[in-house]
Design a protein around this ligand. Structure first.
Ligand SMILES: *Cc1c(COP(=O)(O)O)cnc(C)c1O
Length: 404
């Protein structure tokens, strides 16, 4: 069971006020807040052992290297990767996806097919379009249904011998839909296509087991799971990471360099050119420790309670429509009230101290599907409360009164 009062005390930002009102932070799907232990890990790094890693013989450099590699092992264990070197530390989900997309340029050919889902974040659409432009491969889309689920029947028909890659998010950031990734992966593997799963939105609530999923690539960002911005991971099966060419050239990623020939370092360094976000990597490890101490199952159960309560209370508002109504969803409520523009609602809620996101949520195709300019999105985390949901509902009633 979540002790929410105790948890809230771990997050200094939750004590602040906005426009003279207590902050109600419901923009967790965009970025999560940071507990004191993670802030302390960042301060500890810069206060006590800030140093460049892997190259130094001196004590600070060794301490920083040890902590950074310890963080990689924490990430490995969290995702249950077979080897630590299958965890590439990146600047985040977007960076990880681009690494895979750019690497595949040398592995696919004209006429090959790439499948993406209609529920994707822009960061999971644009790199594949660029890859198709470069190679002549063809992009196919798994369509979505009215309730925000993927049309899996169409997916099964799309997969064929030409399919080389399938990309899908684990959870949709715009609607909260949890996608049937096990089924997606299994089907893709019947034709030996590689599968990349974008876990940016799933990892705050679900602990993925990459070996059990048998997924080829899995990516996520630390800042959505109580860690800092600018760091994330690319998990890749060893065989795939060995097949992919390096993404960037530079220091750290080489074995030997001469003007005649350079040989690349082994995994994971082949994909980690230059000085990485050392402090961020270490803080990412601290964030996973924190999340695991609270317990991902407890987090998911409590958030499901918030989702059920929030859905019930919000639907009492006349004219309110929720987009994304699958039974399998995370604590995200995307909605509109009548014809009121989402931005106007968001601006009034902000005056009341309530942080929600408004707009297309980097998922324009979903908005086009529903023929709306965007939605208001309230996304809950395990440090939120039912009382805060009441504040949102009352704020919304006020906003609707002022705007209609
Ligand atoms: C946030 C998010 C991204 C982008 O993550 P960055 O940390 O901005 O790179 C990609 N996909 C999904 C589903 C997301 O929620």
């Amino acid at each position: 069971m979540i002790n929410v009062d105790k948890i809230r005390a771990d997050f200094p930002i939750l004590k602040r006020e906005v426009h003279g009102k207590p902050l109600v932070y419901f923009d967790n799907a965009a970025t999560s807040q940071t507990p004191q232990v993670v802030i302390d890990a960042i301060a500890d790094y810069y206060s006590n052992y800030n140093s460049n890693i892997h190259r130094g013989v001196h004590t600070l450099s060794q301490e920083a290297t040890d902590k950074y590699e310890e963080a990689r092992i924490k990430i490995q264990h969290h995702f249950n990767a077979k080897e630590a070197y299958e965890i590439i530390l990146t600047s985040g989900t977007t960076h990880s996806i681009n690494m895979v997309a750019s690497g595949f340029a040398s592995l696919i050919q004209k006429g090959d097919e790439i499948i993406v889902s209609a529920l994707e974040h822009h960061s999971n659409i644009v790199p594949w379009q660029m890859l198709c432009e470069k190679t002549g491969a063809i992009l196919k889309v798994i369509p979505m249904l009215e309730n925000g689920a993927l049309d899996m029947e169409v997916y099964h028909n799309l997969v064929n011998e030409k399919t080389k890659l399938v990309f899908c998010n684990h959870v949709s950031n715009a609607l909260g839909t949890i996608n049937p990734i096990e089924e997606i992966i299994e089907k893709a593997h019947t034709v030996n296509a590689a599968v990349l799963i974008d876990g940016a939105q799933a990892t705050p609530h679900i602990k993925p087991d990459v070996q059990a999923l048998n997924v080829d690539f899995y990516v996520a960002s630390a800042h959505k799971l109580c860690g800092p911005t600018g760091v994330g991971l690319l998990y890749g099966k060893q065989e795939w990471l060995e097949k992919l060419p390096p993404y960037q050239g530079g220091g750290e990623m080489i074995a030997t360099v001469s003007f005649e020939k350079t040989t690349y370092a082994g995994l994971p360094h082949k994909f980690e050119a230059g000085t990485p976000n050392i402090c961020g990597g270490i803080a990412f490890g601290a964030a996973l420790d924190y999340m695991n101490a609270v317990g991902l199952d407890e987090i998911a159960a409590y958030e499901a309670e918030l989702l059920a309560y929030g859905t019930k209370e919000l639907l009492k508002i006349e004219g309110l429509k929720i987009f994304g109504n699958t039974s399998e969803k995370t604590a995200v409520i995307s909605f509109n009230v009548g014809e009121i523009h989402p931005y106007d609602i968001g601006a009034i809620l902000d005056k009341l101290g309530i942080a929600v996101r408004t707009g297309h949520h980097c998922a324009q195709p979903i908005m086009d599907f529903y023929k709306i300019p965007g939605t208001v999105r309230a996304s809950f985390s395990f440090y939120n409360t039912k009382e805060e949901i009441d504040v949102l509902v009352n704020g919304l009633k006020r906003a609707v009164m002022m705007l209609s």
